[in-house]
Ligand binder design. Structure first.
Ligand code: FAD
Length: 416
């Protein structure tokens, strides 16, 4: 079995598709090594195991709205596409979305997947409850009231259990409009980064770091938000655009300020469009928002080396949260995302240089994308890192949810 990008093959010895949570609990309890696999959209081996892979797609796929609490309860294996359609049918919305809806809700939240918006937390920000099967097969429901274990488990990089259900906050459905600006001069962007990033509900900058201007800035505004008073030297696009020059915009969500529903504007690509497989790799680095201008300048210094390997880079912002291993733990963040050409050897060769350039800004890597674990002092980057390790040791003493990537981040599991 390969991941979505096709750049890695999983090492699992068997695959199980339990049809009930009780069956899943038994499987977990007796397996020496086990791991949940979501929609396989991660680019590294965070989801790998040499034991049993558990797929949750045969479990009952529930979406149960609680209008009094303004929450929705979903099964662990459901995708954002299915979730969004279900809540919208009842007049509700999720606060934010990643760039594509095909990813599983549980897998996305485990790695801290996010969209954009200075005041929008990552997708994990909507979680109010989580059903988890621990390494011993016990099932627990954790909520914010459970404090520590909840805060450790929501963005748990698959190390603390298998998520069979999630309760997510919803809000009334809302309308948005999307506008693309072209040719934002770099000097204006760097001087006014926070103002521009804050100028709409969700803002994304698309660049390859070369030249004097950022080719595209996508503004996703709530219908109630006023139009931008100042375009900072950029020009509004007069036709729909794809983030990559020369690509048709037909698969992109509607632009040109035409109002539409949140689920048809927040993702860059239309729900009904299935992206092709295996034609790109991704990395992403998250750092405090106030460092954005200096960090972007540092990456511009590498532009000539990066550009031949890049399809495009997207720069987004994310609100702070409290999840121990979230890349946004207690810091309002800027995210420097790199969509690479499928040239893994060359990408892995340039990554340490890029990571070194971003190290002074306290950059944390996206858990589901390509990075070099040896480049990071995770204990220094994550104030609750030692607490997370201790909880993993207590809840999974035999290391059954561990794999090579988790060992390189958390240290090799010590059987107790
Ligand atoms: C085309 C594309 C676009 C993307 N866009 C974005 C984006 O806009 N923003 C962003 O932040 N990221 C983005 N990503 C990255 C992606 O969101 C993450 O890699 C995410 O983890 C993928 O979810 P998945 O279900 O495929 O998880 P997998 O890759 O299958 O697994 C990821 C981790 O979650 C664990 N896991 C999965 N299911 C469960 C479960 N039920 N219980 C416990 N653990 C579980 C796995 O064990 C593993 O540790 C993108 C990826 C692709 C391929």
């Amino acid at each position: 079995m390969k991941n979505w990008a096709g750049n890695l093959e999983y090492s699992s010895a068997e695959i199980q598709r339990p049809t009930s949570v009780n069956q899943l609990r038994e499987l977990v309890a007796k397996a020496p090594k086990v791991k949940a696999l979501g929609s396989r959209h991660s680019f590294n081996k965070v989801a790998d195991t040499d034991g049993t892979h558990i797929l949750l797609d045969a479990l009952p796929q529930e979406v149960v709205l609680n209008k009094e609490k303004s929450t929705v309860k979903v099964s662990g294996g459901i995708s954002y596409g299915a979730l969004c359609r279900a809540v919208e049918e009842h007049g509700y919305a999720i606060h934010n979305l990643a760039s594509l809806p095909h990813i599983s809700v549980a897998g996305a939240i485990q790695t801290g997947t996010h969209g954009s918006g200075v005041n929008n937390p990552s997708l994990a920000g909507a979680v109010v409850g989580i059903d988890l099967v621990r390494a011993n097969g016990e099932q627990v429901t954790l909520t914010a009231a459970d404090d520590d274990e909840f805060l450790a488990s929501v963005v748990g990089i698959g190390a603390l259990g298998i998520v069979t259900g999630l309760e997510l906050a919803v809000r009334p459905s809302f309308q948005m409009r999307q506008r693309v600006l072209t040719g934002l001069p770099w000097d204006r962007a760097l001087a006014n980064f926070q103002d521009i990033a804050s100028s709409a509900y969700s803002v994304s900058f698309f660049t390859d770091y070369t030249g004097d201007a950022i080719p595209q800035v996508w503004l996703k505004a709530l219908d109630s938000e006023p139009a931008l008073p100042d375009l900072f030297g950029a020009t509004p696009a007069t036709t729909a655009l794809h983030p990559l020059p020369d690509m048709s915009a037909e698969n992109c969500t509607e632009q040109l300020d035409i109002a539409g529903k949140w689920l048809d504007r927040l993702p860059h690509f239309r729900h009904e469009f299935t992206p092709s497989n295996g034609e790109e790799l991704q990395s992403e680095f998250l750092l405090p928002l106030h460092h954005a201008p200096a960090a972007l300048q540092a990456v511009r210094g590498l532009a000539e080396k990066l550009a031949p390997l890049l399809f495009i880079s997207e720069v987004r912002t994310i609100a702070a949260d409290e999840y121990w291993l979230s890349p946004f733990y207690r810091q309002q963040s800027v995210a420097l995302h790199f969509t690479w050409k499928p040239l893994q050897t060359e990408v892995e060769a340039i990554l340490p240089e890029l990571e070194e350039a971003l190290r002074p800004f306290g950059a944390r890597p996206h858990w589901g994308k390509l990075f070099t674990p040896g480049q990071y002092d995770f204990g220094a980057l994550y104030p609750r890192f030692e607490d997370f390790r201790a909880l993993v040791q207590t809840n999974d003493p035999a290391g059954k949810f561990r794999n090579g990537l988790l060992d390189s981040v958390l240290g090799v599991a010590v059987a107790s």
